[in-house]
Design a protein around this ligand. Structure first.
Ligand code: UFG
Length: 340
């Protein structure tokens, strides 16, 4: 049997591919290479030669997905392929609904045709929107405040209805939706790493400033109702995130439907992240205080109690310096990303 990973050339998907190959799984990675990196796939080819199959395929191409699933005996899908910039989703909502929602629909149809039995879906804490309280857990009302969050919440609803129909028709399908917080860090072995174009995520942006690739770091808002006035987020290491996917994949039984809120359960402010980067890199850089970025809630962090009690998962990277250090190792080697 094999696992099909969508978005396998992207940041999170490539880390999933590496981990699955290390576990001895046969992996079929698909990616349209719009924002993914062919170099990541090339690097991953060395993990367990002969067990990774890559296809440059868009998830909208249902027939090719069915062919790949059937050819390789795929029984499980990990679905990461998506557009993932909140700001871009506001200016280009149709792209987000087409790629993230319609794309997932095409993938689920392919799963149906190829009798795939398990699907692990990369959802987001953006499906919760501005929470009434923190920490956030699975009971936090889902009320997105941007098209990105909606595009993923629609997929959760499609999966819920499809799983219900499968139970009625006695088809052995199960799925999990993992609602992540801020994914950070890179493969400690630096075989693969984080490379976004454009880069907007806090930790890479600060590292770029520390490495001189970027002139300065801007703090978006210093007047929030938080201890140091800057926003607080929950930064989960990408390898811990993938551990959770693998644990969920093994736990899914026919008919199961699981939802987990996935973060380390602790928040760090923008200023705390800047201080961490300074400690880890030993470098100083220019910092500019700027206005708030529209749509940024003051505090978002998870209560990962449910996944901990049900699957025994907890983050192994809980010290922010350790998380930043793995990101730094990658950026030191690849200050301009894969393309150099
Ligand atoms: N920030 C800065 N300066 C920067 C970049 C970010 O001050 O140059 C701040 C932001 O205002 C925010 C925090 O750092 O307070 C984190 O910002 P990111 O852009 O790194 O991450 P977000 O919390 O905005 O977004 C993340 C994921 C999204 C996901 C969202 C869920 O990147 O994919 O969490 O809320 F949808």
């Amino acid at each position: 049997m094999a696992v099909l990973v969508t978005g396998g050339a992207g940041y999170i998907g490539s880390h999933a591919v590496k981990r699955l190959l290390e576990e001895g799984e046969t992996v079929v990675a698909v990616d349209n290479l719009y924002r993914g990196h062919a170099e990541a796939i090339e690097a991953l080819g060395s993990v367990k030669p002969g067990t990774l199959h890559f296809s440059e395929t868009d998830i909208a191409d249902r027939d090719t997905l069915v062919r790949l699933m059937t050819e390789h005996g795929v029984d499980t899908v990990m679905h990461f392929a998506a557009l993932a910039y909140v700001g871009e989703s506001v200016t280009e909502p149709l792209d987000y609904y087409r790629n993230n929602t319609a794309g997932a629909l095409s993938l689920i149809e392919a799963c149906d045709k190829a009798s795939v039995t398990k699907l692990v879906f990369s959802s987001t804490c953006a499906t919760y929107g501005e929470p009434p309280k923190v920490p956030m857990d699975e009971n936090t009302p889902q009320s997105p405040i941007n098209p990105y969050g909606w595009s993923k919440l629609h997929v959760e609803h499609i999966l819920r209805d499809y799983a219900h129909a499968c139970r009625v028709n006695q088809k052995p399908f199960s799925y999990a939706a993992l609602r992540y917080f801020n994914v950070a860090g890179s493969d400690p072995e630096t075989l693969i790493g984080e490379d976004h174009e454009p880069e907007t995520h806090l930790i890479p942006v600060i590292l770029e400033a520390a490495l001189g690739v970027r002139e300065k770091i801007m703090i978006f808002g210093t007047d929030y109702d938080t201890p140091d006035g800057t926003c607080i987020r929950d930064y989960i290491h990408v390898c811990d995130l993938i551990d959770a996917h693998v644990a969920v994949m093994h736990a899914l039984k026919p008919g199961d439907e699981r939802f987990y809120t996935l973060g380390i359960g602790n928040g760090y402010s923008v200023r705390e992240i800047i201080e961490s980067v300074k400690r880890v890199t030993g470098k100083d850089f220019k910092i500019e205080e700027a206005d708030r970025r529209p749509g940024d809630p003051a505090q978002l962090f998870a209560d990962p109690g449910k996944i901990n009690s049900e699957l025994g998962w907890s983050a192994s990277f809980t010290d922010i310096d350790e998380i930043v250090r793995t990101a730094y190792r990658w950026f030191e080697k690849h200050p301009n990303g894969y393309a150099e």
